[in-house]
Design a protein around this ligand. Structure first.
Ligand code: ADP
Ligand code: MG
Length: 375
């Protein structure tokens, strides 16, 4: 991938690139639909990346080609127009930096990516963090991983008008090789936990994407708020399993299911991080599979294809557990497997999913990798 990038840069600018930034995609190991309930998530950065080769400009212009995309980003840093294509992600960063009084300079470059778009591996957050890093190198301002992730979220919320939490930007920003990140979405306290050796997270893209995900998502947000109010709290995060079991009787059946998912998912997420510290891969797998059942039955955000994928994966030798990941209704599942089974696992899951659905899945093997960096 780097070769295409360097060649394109050379072809365009007549010199080798001296500066290359690399920003990862991410996957959430467990802690689904917990973020907007002030709960816990456990993502890791993956070894699929966006790479940007760049050089400074003397003026205030940004010019960026993305290999495989028709249009380029081409604008002045004083221009904060939203134009309706991918360059808005670049514009949003320039906008947020100016808004926060950073003294930013112009640059030009070429970008390439092997993060699939729209699969739930957060190519969008990866792009935001890549562009922020480029600006920080060119404009020589200091880099603080948490502060930069917050700026990217502000760009996404206010310029792009997309509702998003902080998880995606933060893991793309501060991910560590070999580690997952346990993040408390309430106070942003965090803990890096080592992913046990000799296991692999396999990403299983069902290659199905669903419409109307936003409205279903907003509906879940509302249901959680209503359930929390019933229990006398602002957030489901505050409700212990004991309190839930003692007081759930009068709660509407649907809200009860939604609340049950979130309350137990928070518990599972903490337990997975503990199991990682104990190298207890069987326990991690079991909790992942429980998470999937809960997302399917209580939270109703899985899909036929995701369920088929998880079922197929779980039957394979060497698989400790599997679950859908991301908002749901389509997209990817993940499986935790014994590394020595990876070839036959990937081959069998591909064949069995294709046999059952007629769809050829995309399967990515992935290692926990580092956050955005200059390479
Ligand atoms: P994802 O689940 O991959 O984050 P999103 O819909 O949130 O999906 O973000 C995808 C969008 O991010 C694309 O439509 C595009 O605007 C932008 N994007 C991602 N990768 C690239 C890239 N390599 N070049 C240009 N734009 C990109
Ligand atoms: Mg995204």
């Amino acid at each position: 991938m780097n070769k295409g990038l360097k060649e394109t840069f050379y072809h365009k600018f007549g010199e080798e690139p001296k500066l290359i930034v690399q920003s990862p995609g991410r996957v959430n190991i467990i802690g689904e639909h917990t973020d907007y309930n002030d709960g816990f998530v456990l993502p890791m950065a993956i070894d699929r990346h966006i790479r940007v080769a760049f050089r400074p400009r003397d003026d205030k212009k940004i010019k960026l080609e993305s290999i495989g995309f028709d249009s380029d980003a081409n604008f002045s840093i004083n221009d904060s127009t939203y134009i309706g294509d991918w360059s808005d992600y670049v514009r949003s960063i320039s906008w947020v930096l100016k808004k926060n009084n950073f003294d930013i300079k112009g640059w030009e470059g070429v970008m390439v990516s092997n993060i699939p778009i729209g699969a739930g591996l957060s190519s969008s957050a990866s792009l935001l963090m890549a562009i922020l890093k480029v600006f920080s190198v060119i404009s020589k301002f200091p880099w603080d991983g948490m502060e930069m992730a917050k700026l990217a979220r502000q760009a996404e919320n206010e310029f792009l008008q997309l509702k998003s939490g902080i998880m995606d930007q933060l893991i793309c920003s501060i991910g560590r090789v070999g580690h997952a990140l346990l993040l408390d979405c309430r106070d942003l306290s965090l803990d890096f936990v080592t992913i046990p050796p000799n296991v692999k997270i396999i990403i299983l893209d069902t290659v199905t994407r669903r419409e109307l995900v936003d409205s279903k998502y907003n509906e879940r947000v509302k249901q959680c708020a209503l359930a929390a109010t019933y229990f006398g709290y602002n957030s489901l995060r505050d409700i212990s399993i004991g309190h839930f079991l003692k007081n759930k009787e009068g709660l509407d059946q649907l809200l009860l299911k939604r609340a049950r998912h979130v309350i137990y998912e928070n518990q599972r997420t903490i337990e997975v991080s503990e199991a990682m510290k104990d190298n207890d891969v069987n326990r991690i797998g079991r909790l992942m599979s429980e998470s999937h059942q809960s997302l399917k039955k209580d939270y109703s955000v899985s899909s036929k294809e995701l369920n088929i994928m998880v079922q197929i994966a779980e039957k394979e030798a060497g698989c400790f557990g599997a679950r859908m990941t991301g908002a749901g209704f389509g997209g990817c599942a993940i499986a935790l497997i014994d590394e020595s089974f990876k070839e036959e696992f990937m081959r069998n899951v591909f064949n069995n999913y294709f046999l059952k659905t007629g769809i050829k899945p995309m399967i990515y093997i992935s290692s926990p990798s580092s956050g955005v960096r200059l390479c």
